[in-house]
Design a protein around this ligand. Structure first.
Ligand code: IMP
Ligand code: MG
Length: 234
């Protein structure tokens, strides 16, 4: 395996199979109700696209982009809306679609915000859930996988805006983010719109060898993936 990736945690096949199960469950649960899926940008793009296509009901889709402020390694739960919904959700059945619930603070805030808009119902679907979410009173009706308390990338999830397009969930080698503690980068990147500090234009050069990962991992399991060289400078 390439130096960037430590481990493939959940394969693309496992993700797709689980998304199919969730879609069937949601279809059944909302059989007699119109449903609005709300995807949280950017991480939920993959799960939202796959989930919606695996469903058989004609759902509506909308998107929100939010940014969490955090100091150090903790999410503060103070959230700013970067892009609000286009839809008035009053009286609608709403399902929030999230990539991952970590502390649950972001989701708690979002649920509270959406609840104040008087939807007919509000539920949450999260592809991944970390143990920390157990401390929060976040009711996640549909969970893809419960994972350990480690930083993961792929299937929408990023590290310094990279690796979102991996079709599986994996962990990064410690060397990739050993220079700066991961949560600090992560929160900072989100709060600043990714232009400050170790943002997307300033990854720790020499460690984020996407090309190496691409060669080692994609060639093994994703033969059809086009070979290309990553341009430098974002
Ligand atoms: P929370 O407020 O602590 O629940 O933070 C949730 C958000 O943090 C998610 O929507 C992700 O954007 C991000 N996040 C949490 N854990 C990870 C991870 O392991 N990899 C990538 N992003 C993560
Ligand atoms: Mg997210």
């Amino acid at each position: 395996m390439g130096p960037d990736l430590k481990q493939v945690l959940i394969t693309a096949e496992q993700l797709q199979a689980r998304v199919g199960e969730l879609a069937a469950q949601i279809d059944a649960d909302y059989a007699d109700r119109d449903l609005l899926l709300i995807g949280v940008l950017k991480g939920a793009v993959m799960v939202m696209a796959d989930l919606a296509r695996a469903m058989h009901s004609p759902v509506q889709m909308d998107w929100m982009a939010i940014s969490s402020y955090g100091s150090g390694t903790k999410s503060s739960g103070v959230v700013r809306i970067l892009k609000d919904l286009d839809t008035d959700i009053t009286g609608l059945h709403v399902l929030i679609v999230e990539d991952i619930v970590d502390s649950g603070l972001t989701l708690s805030w979002l649920a509270g915000n959406l609840r104040s808009r008087s939807p007919a119902s509000l539920a949450v679907c999260a592809m991944l859930r970390k143990p920390g979410s157990a401390q929060m009173q976040v009711d996640v009706a549909y969970t893809g996988f419960d994972i350990g308390d480690e930083f993961v990338v792929g299937y929408g999830l990023d590290y310094a805006q990279r690796y979102r397009n991996l079709p599986f969930i994996g962990t990064l080698a410690p060397a990739v983010y050993s220079a700066v503690p991961q949560p600090a980068i992560h929160r900072d990147a989100r709060a600043s719109g990714v232009r400050r500090g170790l943002g997307e234009h300033n990854p720790p050069r020499g460690t984020l060898t996407f090309q190496a990962l691409h060669q080692a991992v994609y060639r093994q399991s994703f033969e059809g993936w086009p070979s290309r060289r990553r341009s430098t400078g974002g």
